[in-house]
Ligand binder design. Structure first.
Ligand code: UT7
Length: 332
């Protein structure tokens, strides 16, 4: 019998309905369609309406993934939610998702590895499945950024980049030769403050002050150029790790699923590695940077429109806050 691997049985995605264009943002802060398009490749993103929760965004994506996997929600035996925009400080978002799905005893795990969160979650799920611990894992990347961005001149460098969305995957064991071939995870906490949201935080006492609020520390801050430079180094390293571990050539890989942080980063990395543009699809133009949701959203789009078919080989790679970076090779 061939070895047990983790198969992606179904995928799904969902984004809020409200489309926010670069021109819309230019009415709220000193920015322009030209600046945002040239620097990032983003044209629109989706923003959740007031009152929407991360769980609300996740549920339709989960429903679609369950439907594709021909799995009933009752059969899910573990939920992993990768997110940096947690529904509450605690408990984790995964528990709200669990409740909404009508479960009341299966484990629900929040995973905080920011933009690499889906790949960190894939590694955790893969270990559970290969060990026989759980048999139907729901892995979701959920982000609701727009309720915590600073839509003003001070926050413009970050606010224009991020969008809301969810990507979901149903994972199960298989022995048919498909599934997760490898995952490689990395981090470098030395650079934690280069892309972070500082308060409220229990590392501070008191955890938030009026001065923090006045100075905008409750909004994400990024040293863009520094992050850009590191992303352009770490992503190729991570991709090479996936390729060499599995002895793959570029021809073997059908689709490269890059984290969608900046189209320029992905084009540069693609060029450096000789990856043909048609093998590196993107949706950042439509949805902006959806952090942990970016890769599973792109995966679902490619599965549904036929760009990534059963039997195809995909290499996924992400870089983000932490710093974290990661890659995975998956036979679909
Ligand atoms: O998903 C997690 C990982 N994240 C990333 O990988 C993101 C990495 N970084 C980036 O993608 C890019 O650094 C950005 C898109 C964030 C910025 O592009 P950049 O070419 O590095 O621009 P910059 O930060 O060096 O800023 C250039 C100029 C500055 O003005 P001065 O100092 O040259 O006068 C900024 O103040 O652009 C200004 N600027 C803006 N102008 C218009 C910053 N934000 C904006 C804005 N609109 N929204």
């Amino acid at each position: 019998m061939s070895q047990i691997r983790t198969r992606i049985a179904g995928t799904g995605m969902n984004v809020p309905e409200r489309v926010v264009t670069n021109d819309d943002l230019a009415q709220r802060m000193d920015t322009s369609d030209e600046w945002i398009t040239q620097r990032s490749g983003i044209k629109t993103r989706r923003h959740a309406d007031h009152g929407t929760t991360p769980t609300d965004i996740a549920l339709p994506a989960i429903e679609r993934a369950l439907e594709m996997a021909e799995t009933k929600k009752e059969d899910i035996d573990c939920i992993i939610a990768a997110t940096l925009s947690s529904q509450h400080y605690f408990p984790g978002t995964a528990f709200f998702v669990q409740r909404a799905l009508g479960h009341n005893s299966i484990p629900a795990i929040d995973l905080r590895a920011q933009c690499s969160g889906f790949l960190y979650g894939l590694q955790v799920a893969d270990s559970f499945i290969r060990a026989g611990t759980y048999k139907k894992i729901l892995l979701v990347g959920i982000e609701l950024h727009s309720h915590a961005l600073e839509f003003a001149d001070r926050g413009r460098d970050v606010a224009v980049l991020f969008g809301d969305g969810c990507g979901a995957a149903v994972l199960e064991p298989t022995t048919d030769g498909s599934g997760v071939l490898s995952v490689h995870l990395h981090s470098e906490g030395t650079h934690a403050e280069r892309l972070w949201l500082q308060v409220p935080a229990l590392g501070n006492d008191p955890c938030i002050t009026h001065q923090d609020l006045e100075e905008g520390r409750q909004y994400p801050k990024m040293d863009g150029r520094f992050v850009f430079k590191h992303a352009c180094t770490r992503l190729p390293e991570a991709i090479m790790e996936a390729m060499s571990t599995n002895e793959l050539t570029l021809d073997d890989v059908n689709v490269f699923f890059f984290h969608q942080a900046n189209l320029r980063i992905n084009e540069l990395v693609g060029k450096m590695m000789g990856i043909p543009a048609e093998k590196a699809p993107f949706n950042i133009d439509k949805y902006g940077n959806c952090s942990a949701a970016s890769i599973p959203m792109l995966l679902d789009e490619c599965v549904r429109d036929g760009r990534f078919k059963r039997g195809d080989l995909g290499v996924m790679a992400a870089f983000g806050s932490g710093f974290t970076w990661a890659s995975a090779a998956v036979r679909f």
